[in-house]
Design a protein around this ligand. Sequence first.
Ligand code: GTP
Ligand code: MG
Length: 238
Amino acid sequence: MKVLVIIPTYNESKTIKKIVKKIFIIDKEYSILVVDDSSPDGTRKIVEELQSNYRNLFILNRSKKEGLGVAYCSGFKWAIDEGYNKVIQIDADLSHNPNDIPKLLNESSKYDLVIGSRYKSGINVVNWPLSRLFLSYFANVYSRLITGLPIKDSTGGFKCYNIEVLKSINLDKIKSSGYSFQIEMNFITWCKKFKISEIPIIFCDRTVGESKMSKKIIFEAIYMVPFLRLKKFFGSIK
Ligand SMILES: Nc1nc2c(ncn2[C@@H]2O[C@H](COP(=O)(O)OP(=O)(O)OP(=O)(O)O)[C@@H](O)[C@H]2O)c(=O)[nH]1
Ligand SMILES: [Mg+2]
């Protein structure tokens, strides 16, 4: 079974080395693909230096910052072309604990998509200001109410896909670039009747580097949710 861990990066020079090392300590047979949007802080150079120590470390250099959605979709296409069976998504900022990867993989033997969930058993978020928690929690309530998607944490970025799910989705038609990318992918996966599971994880806010959260990303999520509902209504989820 070939496992690929995809890490999207934009200015993550302070944490990229640490997360790569932590992942390879768990299993050196995993592969890692860093998808970097030409981070001006030199993230790419750090990854290229690490490549001399890790033969399973790859980097996809993108010429400009186009958001999380496009970055992930190019990583997914790479995973399909290279014949991987499982794809893990993880943020570079150490908000997700790489030690949870084996749990996601284990659960993925029974499910097509496994989501590391902050809200599966209560609220497992550490260090977020209340305003940020409020935003994330209600974004999830909003998306559940409007789309009917039976997932407690649909904006989370720590997940495991079986490759068949990614092969079945037209990745060129994914519209979202920010957090709603996660909602859009979950929604399409659900509409296609793939089996989805959530397992509880603890999410810790980043302690270094800068958040990429913006008003644009919030607005995108607000209109994307009813847009997805309408797409399903008109039978145009492909
Ligand atoms: N390649 C690429 N990666 C991105 C882009 N935007 C965010 N990321 C990465 O995606 C991961 C999650 O990013 P976000 O959650 O949007 O940003 P964040 O800075 O972690 O924000 P917080 O939610 O406040 O932690 C991080 O590893 C980011 O470096 C982008 O446009 N391109
Ligand atoms: Mg983050």
